[in-house]
Design a binder for this molecule. Structure first.
Ligand code: H79
Length: 476
């Protein structure tokens, strides 16, 4: 061996030693931690990333009560009413005998979603009460036992798909109805019962993916209990099994636990799942808070409560508030998913119908700012939020707070210049652009009363060099 070969070989050995050491210092050895670092980049996940707007549907036995029992209103979320001690459990567990959504029309549901501009829908196949909206052969607590009798999931999947909307199935791991479900495993009996429950869950999930093959992903819930967290190896193998069964399947981070029972992020802080699924009724404050992960935010119209609620307790969000939330999510690389809780007859409350229509009317004009756009990386300004097309040629300023000056201040990245600014509603008319110190651009809009959030479209020119006047805003 020549001296040179020995030197190269020694360097190689040394580098392996260093790499291993870095890992040894940084990481906890895990068999069931994250299996991927960074985002999933396949076609299905890119499609997911481009959705922008989604719809959530909560429909089940709780829709009958609408958050009330015996003339009293339950103070919690309506789909949690079974856990209220003023409602006898056997009363809830007999509700299936009157579940009969005779006015349920899947084509109407899908048409409403299409008009609203949603690209994907997540439907509760089974909430925490364990009641199944599809005729599962593994359960005796399903739609088949109700006066309605017919499958609801199949027709919904078909109707939404016909409108070009992707379907995701919500499935809660919690099961208040099952004799085998446990919130913790403390005894041998618990262990035996929960082993049966795990087989049941695997069977039901296999059944759902087999019976509804166009399903794009599963939205899991109720995975926070100790029983599930103590089963990291099982949850990992189940996720891998589901993905093999259904290539391309999308599963968020609210599903499995690692070796040490950590959820969402493993014990080394790495995301487990295809996107971060922790943003329930809340939105990241800024891009740093997303840790550069894919994510979606699921949101209610009211303060809390996902199933139909007869009386609304607290604030009901206006269309402009919802559009602002949608825009904020998309500007931070997330999707916004708005929840609907249909009434037990299968129709939607008027407020939801009206809001869906208004959002759809806005989307018809402005959806280029929402679909297939991403985080601009630009300095956040007080007037609203910015998004940019995948190819980076068009950027969008979604304006909620118009400055008194009528000047919209923008700071692009150093290699981006703005060729043209116009209202998205009329790209033939150019708005004046003025370059000022420290790389800012001021876009002037007519000073008038704007009644709805509006969008300014920018044509962006990308260059390898810094544009003139875009030096960093350094302190002197
Ligand atoms: O389906 C909707 C809600 O019913 C469901 N997720 C949305 C999409 C949901 N269930 N529970 N939660 C949301 C909040 C969970 C709260 C928790 Fe706890 C606090 C879980 C663990 C601590 C509630 C209190 C459950 C156990 C103790």
């Amino acid at each position: 061996m020549s001296k040179k070969t020995i030197a190269v070989f020694s360097l190689f050995i040394a580098s392996i030693f260093v790499i291993n050491n870095i890992h040894a210092q940084d990481t906890i050895a895990l068999q069931h931690g994250a299996h991927r670092i960074g985002r999933r980049e396949d076609t299905m996940m890119q499609r997911w990333r481009g959705y922008g707007l989604g719809q959530f549907i909560h429909f089940g036995l709780y829709s009958i009560l609408g958050g009330e029992y015996n003339g009293e209103t339950y103070n919690g979320a309506s789909e949690w009413i079974r856990s209220w001690n003023k409602l006898p459990k056997n009363v809830y567990d007999s509700l299936y005998k009157q579940f009969n959504p005779t006015k349920f029309n899947p084509d109407e549901w899908a048409a409403m979603a299409k008009q609203m501009g949603v690209k994907y829908v997540t439907i509760t196949t089974r909430h925490h009460d364990g009641f199944c909206l599809w005729p599962s052969k593994y359960s005796d607590y399903t739609i088949v036992k109700t006066p309605y009798k017919k499958d609801m999931i199949g027709p919904l999947v078909k109707a939404y798909n016909k409108q070009g909307i992707d379907v995701y199935l919500y499935y809660s791991i919690l099961d208040w109805h099952s004799k085998d479900w446990r919130d913790d495993i403390k005894t041998e009996d618990d262990s035996i019962a929960f082993a049966r429950f795990k087989v049941f869950v695997k069977n039901q999930l296999t059944e759902l993916l087999t019976d509804y093959p166009t399903t794009k992903g599963l939205w899991f819930d109720g995975t926070w209990d100790k029983s599930w967290k103590k089963n990291g190896a099982f949850t990992d193998s189940l996720e891998q099994y589901l993905k093999q069964l259904h290539p391309g399947l999308i599963i968020g981070s609210r599903f499995r636990a690692d070796d040490l029972g950590k959820r969402h992020f493993d014990s080394n802080g790495r995301l487990m799942g295809d996107y971060e699924q922790g943003w329930e009724r809340k939105i990241p404050e800024n891009f740093a808070a997303t840790h550069d992960n894919d994510w979606d935010c699921v949101m209610t119209f009211g303060e809390n409560g996902w199933g139909y609620q007869k009386k609304w307790l607290g604030h009901w969000k206006t269309t402009d508030e919802l559009i602002e939330m949608l825009t904020k999510c998309v500007s931070l690389d997330g999707n916004f998913v708005l929840n609907f809780g249909p009434k037990s007859d299968g129709t939607f409350r008027n407020e939801e119908v009206e809001a869906a229509k208004q959002i759809g009317d806005w989307m018809k004009i402005n959806s280029a700012a929402i679909y297939n756009t991403r985080y601009t990386g630009w300095e956040k300004q007080d007037w609203g939020y910015s998004t940019i097309s995948k190819a980076g040629k068009q950027a969008y300023l979604i304006i909620f707070n118009i400055p008194v000056s009528g000047k919209i201040r923008v700071h692009t990245k150093p290699n981006q210049d703005i060729n043209k600014a116009s209202f998205i509603t009329d790209t033939n008319i150019s708005l004046p652009i003025e370059s000022v110190d420290y790389g800012y651009k001021l876009i002037s809009v007519p000073q008038q009363v704007y009644k709805t959030p509006f969008v300014i479209e920018l044509n962006i020119e990308q260059s390898k060099q810094k544009m003139k006047g875009q030096e960093e805003n350094k302190h002197v």
